[in-house]
Design a protein around this ligand. Structure first.
Ligand code: NAG
Ligand code: NAG
Ligand code: NAG
Ligand code: NAG
Ligand code: NAG
Ligand code: NAG
Ligand code: NAG
Ligand code: NAG
Length: 547
């Protein structure tokens, strides 16, 4: 079949081609006429677009042995330490929007996502048993220089279900072991071991040299301090073995580096962690390239994450998980009209599914705020980050509390994972003629003994809000999945879509026809059927097919 556009005549041609294949006579009759139209159109400069029918690489009946079991908490959260109360509220005033949004994820995987209260503000925190929930020492422009917190701080975690596990990040930056000790003791008392997955020392220690540590401070120094402190803390608080998440670096140090320094020799490391931010607004040169076309690009996304493959392998060589303990698209709090668009949803879906396909166990999406001391050149002013999945409270700058257009990506991902805890994922080989096409097969023995249970298909080719019909037609793709449909079924489709890549409108960013701006599904659910085994995916759109 050929996709044609640009004129009523060509549309007729396309429609005629869609007639039943048995109607050969009619086709034979009109063919010369259509060719004539096509030729005349080409001669006046209009082009018939190439066929966007995707020939899918074969999906093996069983998950490849290298594919990893999908963690039901793959799509987890890091929340900037000093903003957790803004997101969670407290016992008497829980943040209902946050609670509802988290519940939408629980409905899809059966468990709550992990939550890591952490980030740059953790390195200036002090726990005080008599303090109110949160006391911030701020600069005149809203930078947080110190956070004092008390027992009521932990009430903010109440919006997460008991099945949400906590990675507790504590102050390493201040270089005062009693601060870390008191924070861990408080976490044990107010969260409890049944909900603590791991303890983490500090945030992005590779950024300490020249600030919180002398400029010559190295990976070896970090490792020595980690080993010293974990020994002191383990003895002082009678900690279980294998409870620390090691690493958590931004960009200059690595998992392999600290393993080489001997970090995993004393039985305290549970897993390894690094942070990933693909772009940044921390300085003007990086701000200039933090654009939607650069960000929402399958090649850029995969090339960026591929840089962590050796670190994933290093962790696995120690028999330990590798997690991305903090990530988002654009560091220094995102970028207006880039990370608060539907494009961020597409970036998230591709980033997290690809991350899981290369062996990353969980990814903790950072929800934060702009912090003046993060960089003195950043383009953002203080306030919630432009990349946040939702704005938990109303603000002058961001308007009403609501989910951002990217929230639907976490529905897409969690529904791809499902509730079985038996699903495995693998990316299908890329198609050279369609660089913005990405497909992830998901096998799940509880749903299907042989053959894929689900297929996530992303079309990252740009369809902007203002794209013309021709531009939209040029990037639409069609995939024939008939050979994978189970006997007696039709194959169902849930679609993640919006008005366009650059749309900031949450009410029109939908998952299976419903938007989630207010935390609950709005609109009528639309679960489509494959049509003759086929599905069409517009540019800037993704579908999850259930076989
Ligand atoms: C809970 O939040 C409300 C509203 O922000 C606040 O007034 C109250 O003091 C908080 N309670 C505690 C124990 O922090
Ligand atoms: C460490 O914490 C103390 C007490 O809050 C504070 O006075 C000091 O400035 C901090 N030092 C660093 C390097 O953050
Ligand atoms: C270990 O840490 C403690 C507490 O900060 C410090 O007093 C001690 O000197 C450190 N030991 C080594 C060998 O660095
Ligand atoms: C733990 O540290 C506290 C405070 O520094 C100290 O009072 C206590 O004796 C220590 N306990 C153990 C078992 O090391
Ligand atoms: C993103 O991808 C595009 C197209 O492949 C490429 O031209 C561009 O250099 C990439 N940008 C970055 C910052 O890697
Ligand atoms: C973002 O887009 C809106 C609407 O088009 C526009 O008014 C605003 O100036 C843009 N902001 C930036 C920083 O580009
Ligand atoms: C879509 O919009 C972005 C932002 O305005 C622009 O950079 C890009 O060129 C547009 N792409 C298309 C295909 O129109
Ligand atoms: C966007 O969503 C609103 C609210 O659901 C709806 O009224 C409006 O028609 C939608 N706009 C478009 C262009 O679909």
């Amino acid at each position: 079949m050929v996709f044609v556009d640009a004129s009523a005549g060509m549309r007729t041609f396309y429609m005629l081609l869609k007639v039943s294949p048995t109607d050969v006579k009619l086709l034979a009759m009109i063919q010369p006429l259509c060719l004539l139209i096509a030729v005349s159109l080409l001669s006046v400069g209009l082009h018939a677009t190439s066929a966007h029918v995707i020939v899918l690489p074969p999906i093996p009946p069983h998950a490849p042995p290298t594919s990893q079991l999908l963690d039901p908490r793959l799509a987890s959260f890091s929340i900037e330490f000093s903003y957790l109360p803004s997101f969670g509220g407290n016992k008497s005033n829980p943040n209902i929007l946050s609670q509802e949004l988290i519940q939408r994820l629980v409905e899809r995987t059966g468990v709550g996502p992990d939550i890591r209260p952490g980030g740059i503000t953790v390195d200036s925190t002090v726990f005080s048993p008599n303090s109110p929930a949160l006391v911030l020492d701020e600069s005149p422009t809203g930078g947080i220089y110190k956070t004092t917190f008390g027992p009521a701080y932990y009430e903010s975690l109440g919006i997460f279900p008991d099945s949400s596990l906590v990675v507790m990040d504590v102050n390493l930056g201040n270089n005062t072991v009693s601060f870390a000790r008191d924070e861990i003791a408080a976490a044990i008392q107010y969260i409890g071991w049944d909900r603590i997955r791991a303890l983490e020392l500090g945030n992005e220690a590779d950024h300490y040299p020249g600030g919180l540590r002398p400029s010559g401070w190295t990976e070896a120094d970090y490792t020595a301090q980690f080993l010293n402190w974990t020994e002191i803390l383990t003895a002082n608080l009678t900690l279980p073995s294998h409870i620390f998440q090691a690493g958590g670096f931004a960009d200059s140090w690595s998992t392999q580096g600290i393993i080489d320094e001997g970090i995993d020799t004393t039985g305290v490391v549970k897993l390894f962690c690094q942070h990933t931010y693909q772009y940044s607004t921390c300085d003007p040169s990086r701000n200039a390239i933090a654009t939607l076309p650069n960000l929402i690009d399958h090649g850029n996304i995969t090339a960026f994450l591929d840089q962590w493959k050796p670190q994933v392998a290093a962790a696995h060589s120690r028999g330990k998980e590798f997690v991305v303990g903090e990530y988002n698209s654009v560091s220094c709090s995102g970028k207006e009209n880039v990370t608060n668009t539907f494009g961020q949803a597409l970036w998230l879906a591709d980033t997290v599914l690809y991350g899981s396909s290369i062996g990353i166990s969980r990814m903790y999406l950072h929800q934060g705020a702009t912090l003046v001391f993060q960089s003195n050149q950043q383009s953002n002013a203080p306030g919630f980050s432009w990349y946040d999945l939702w704005y938990p409270v109303p603000t002058d700058r961001y308007g009403p509390a609501r989910a951002s257009p990217s929230f639907v990506a976490y529905l897409f991902i969690t529904e791809a994972i499902g509730t079985s805890q038996q699903s495995r994922i693998s990316i299908l080989p890329s198609i050279s003629s369609q660089p913005q096409f990405a497909a992830y097969a998901i096998w799940d023995k509880t749903l299907r003994s042989s053959g894929p249970a689900k297929l996530a298909i992303l079309n990252l080719a740009t369809r902007n809000v203002t794209s013309t019909q021709t531009e939209k037609d040029n990037v639409a793709i069609e995939v024939d999945l008939s050979e994978y449909i189970q006997k007696g079924r039709m194959g169902r489709v849930k679609r993640m879509t919006a008005l366009g890549l650059d749309s900031t409108d949450s009410a029109n960013a939908t998952w299976a026809g419903q938007s989630f701006e207010n935390g609950v599904a709005s609109g009528v659910e639309n679960v489509e059927n494959l049509v003759d085994g086929k599905v069409t995916i517009q540019g800037s759109e993704a579908v999850l097919v259930f076989f």
